[in-house]
Unconditional design. Structure first.
Length: 319
């Protein structure tokens, strides 16, 4: 159905068409599901940078191979071979993704349908807006999820189904002890990650909003060209050659003072598994004056090499 034919319909005909167009009553076509996932992933800088793993089933195993020691050996000489003890053997392991169910429900009034769809297909518009919001919420879930959560509201929002990225980073932890973000804390986090993991210079610092603002102010207070750039640039000043990036969904714990967490990692070290089969259903509810939309999907969170990342805990957010 073209945009032109939509404009030619009466408001009642448009509403009926849009409801029936979405009401496939089952699985989204693969290309639509892929587009939905792509839009959701690009909704935030952190999600846009992470590693997305399409999942053909609800569980997926990702192999990990690591050479933990030297692999180069001296030539044993003509006619000789390396002994068995000299032959290299990589350390192998797996990352297991278990996709958990996420549900989205929404209600669209007939008036909104009639007033906002001229000129483009409603399916595309609605799925794009919904995917962007799902991406924002998904980032929060990926960061905050913790199977130990007992708060009823967080449990209802799906935060206790699996452990998220912050929970999984355990080897390199810097305790800020309620101090503000500083060069010293950033350097402690950076140096806690072995050089072999960060030599490609893809690591970055991901911090909460106010912690990032404080870091900008520290650098801006310098009477230098770098200080001027800190005030003028949209981007935060780098530290040790690594970008410092504000994450709107970095969790903040309310208290005296409020505290947050920051992480130092290659974003590709953070894994988002997405089960490719998605379901969308729409129920036309004229008695309520609109249509009820239901979407069901599955997502999984993991960290490929948790010792290739660092975490700063108890970072002061407020005065």
């Amino acid at each position: 159905m073209s945009a032109k034919s939509l404009r030619q319909m009466t408001s009642e005909q448009r509403t009926d068409f849009l409801a029936s167009a979405l009401s496939s009553g089952g699985e989204l076509p693969t290309e639509v599901a892929s587009q939905f996932i792509e839009i959701a992933q690009n909704a935030t800088p952190l999600l846009a940078g992470c590693r997305v793993e399409p999942m053909a089933s609800k569980t997926k195993k990702l192999p990990k191979i690591l050479f933990a020691s030297r692999v180069v050996r001296a030539d044993p000489g003509d006619g000789a071979a390396l002994g068995s003890s000299q032959r290299i053997a990589p350390t192998t392991s797996e990352v297991t993704l278990n996709a958990k169910v996420i549900e989205v429900e929404g209600f669209l009034g007939y008036t909104a349908l009639e007033d906002n769809v001229e000129g483009e297909m409603f399916e595309e518009t609605y799925l794009r807006l919904l995917a962007e919001k799902v991406g924002v919420d998904l980032e929060e879930m990926a960061l905050m999820s913790d199977t130990d959560i007992v708060d009823a509201t967080l449990v209802a929002h799906g935060m206790a189904q699996q452990d998220g990225w912050l929970k999984r980073i355990t080897s390199n932890v810097v305790n800020a002890s309620n101090a503000y973000l500083s060069r010293e804390l950033l350097e402690q986090a950076r140096s806690s990650v072995r050089l072999k993991f960060r030599r490609m210079n893809r690591h970055g610092f991901y911090v909460a909003e106010k912690a990032g603002d404080h870091w900008r102010n520290i650098v801006a207070d310098r009477a230098t060209a770098t200080g001027d750039r800190a005030l003028e640039s949209v981007d935060l000043p780098v530290c040790g050659g690594s970008k410092v990036i504000q994450v709107g969904n970095m969790p903040v714990t309310t208290g005296t003072p409020d505290v947050s967490t920051a992480i130092f990692t290659d974003p590709k070290n953070l894994i988002l598994g997405w089960y490719k089969k998605m379901t969308i259903k729409v129920v036309d509810e004229p008695w309520n004056g609109g249509v009820h939309v239901y979407i069901r999907m599955r997502a999984a969170f993991s960290v490929e090499q948790e010792n290739a990342a660092a975490k700063i805990s108890a970072l002061r957010e407020t005065a």
